[in-house]
Ligand binder design. Sequence first.
Ligand SMILES: Nc1ncnc2c1ncn2[C@@H]1O[C@H](COP(=O)(O)OP(=O)(O)OP(=O)(O)O)[C@@H](O)[C@H]1O
Ligand SMILES: [Mg+2]
Length: 243
Amino acid sequence: MTATDLTTDTVVTARDIRKRFGDHIVIDGFNLDIRAGEFVAMLGRSGSGKSTFLRALGALDGDFEGELRVPERRAIVFQEPRLLPWQRVLTNVTVGLPATAAVRGQARLALGEVNLANKAKVWPRTLSGGEAQRVALARALVREPELLLLDEPFGALDALTRIKMHALLLALCKRHKPAVLLVTHDVDEAILLADRVIVLTDGAISLDVEVTVAAPRLRDSHEFASLRRRLLVELGVHEEVQL
Ligand SMILES: Nc1ncnc2c1ncn2[C@@H]1O[C@H](COP(=O)(O)OP(=O)(O)OP(=O)(O)O)[C@@H](O)[C@H]1O
Ligand SMILES: [Mg+2]
């Protein structure tokens, strides 16, 4: 997606969000707007509060201070697929939704979109890691989310599967146009996929930058390398980056 695909509607508004665990303040004055259809990637060191913020957006944790506006239709995908082992793939996609023929039809379509139409009746344990993660994506898609929250969804996958998942995710986003907040540790993944990259430091956004690298976003292009360097410095990685 490019910046020109964006509308001006704001679907996420977070104002002065604070979250503490006991005495430990994890999110400290976090402000963020996400527009309809915008793809935002969030980087930050381990323990910087990325998952905590994502859980607040997904309403998995309501115990925070501040003002948060999110769409009702939202879905979340985690690093591990979190499939129910005692349910077949199709039922895993429809879990939590009404058990109607229409919903099952939508789920079959979603499985088709992630190229798993032939796996509807199998058990989760028979899937590869990449396939299981595609089922998790289908489970998110079938909810037609206005906001798609992704917490390191490709972190456990091998490099080749990751590249395929990037292409699949971009194609799905182009078709369904959700706003996306992707948490990742992979700076290149953030630059490849996102319209905008934010860096979380000490519980607040320390850098918020539009990705203006022209398509196709080639890792060895000057623009790509220069944004990568900027993001790595912000993350406190000061080693020489190979260009
Ligand atoms: N339920 C909890 N109780 C106490 N502390 C917690 C809890 N959940 C998270 N924390 C703490 O909050 C901080 C932020 O955690 P969080 O999981 O949001 O980090 P993260 O940025 O997602 O890290 P990573 O990149 O390793 O996934 C950490 O210091 C963590 O120990
Ligand atoms: Mg996390």
